[in-house]
Design a protein around this ligand. Structure first.
Ligand SMILES: [Fe+2]
Length: 169
């Protein structure tokens, strides 16, 4: 997929220009991460997941944009694996209990596959359309959620896991 095809696609789904810029940055970083790891990653699936991950923002910017986006993807007949990337990209994943507290449908939103993890991770390292370091992203995480929030630990774990993939462990 090329950026010049992605932009009109996202516009046709109702995404705003800032969301589109964000999506393109996440896609670029996700593909870069895929190129840097030694585990096998389905690049085509990863790219699709990155391109569609924030389509729910065409309708809402609330945390439920992941569920809304997954619903849109379902209606468009997209691959089940792409739908799960969309649904699980929020934060560093959201547990069932946290989902209930947030008013989301009761289920786990924890990324499991490499493609799900890379999209969620790349999304956390893009602030708007700018790449930030893990340390900066972690600081922001703590600021928003509080030091003790379980998502902070999950984000650190996610970072370490991806770093390990880079070292080929
Ligand atoms: Fe998102």
């Amino acid at each position: 997929m090329e950026e010049k095809e992605i932009v009109p696609l996202l516009r046709s789904l109702g995404c705003g220009e800032n969301v589109i810029a964000h999506i393109l940055a996440v896609r670029r970083l996700a593909l870069q991460i895929a190129d840097s790891v030694t585990i096998s990653v389905d690049r085509e699936l990863l790219e699709k997941g990155a391109v569609y991950h924030d389509i729910g923002r065409a309708k809402t910017h609330g945390i439920e944009h992941a569920v809304v986006g997954a619903e849109m993807a379902k209606n468009m007949g997209l691959d089940e694996r792409v739908i799960r990337i969309i649904e699980r990209h929020i934060g560093a994943g959201i547990s069932r209990q946290e989902a209930v507290a947030l008013g989301l449908p009761e289920r786990d939103y924890i990324p499991e596959t490499p493609e799900e993890k890379i999209v969620a991770y790349a999304d956390n390292l893009i602030d708007g359309d700018r790449v930030v370091s893990f340390e900066e992203a972690l600081r922001r995480f703590k600021l928003i959620l509080g030091e003790d929030h379980p998502a902070v630990e999950r984000f650190i774990k996610m970072h370490k896991e991806i770093e390990n993939w880079r070292e080929g462990q």
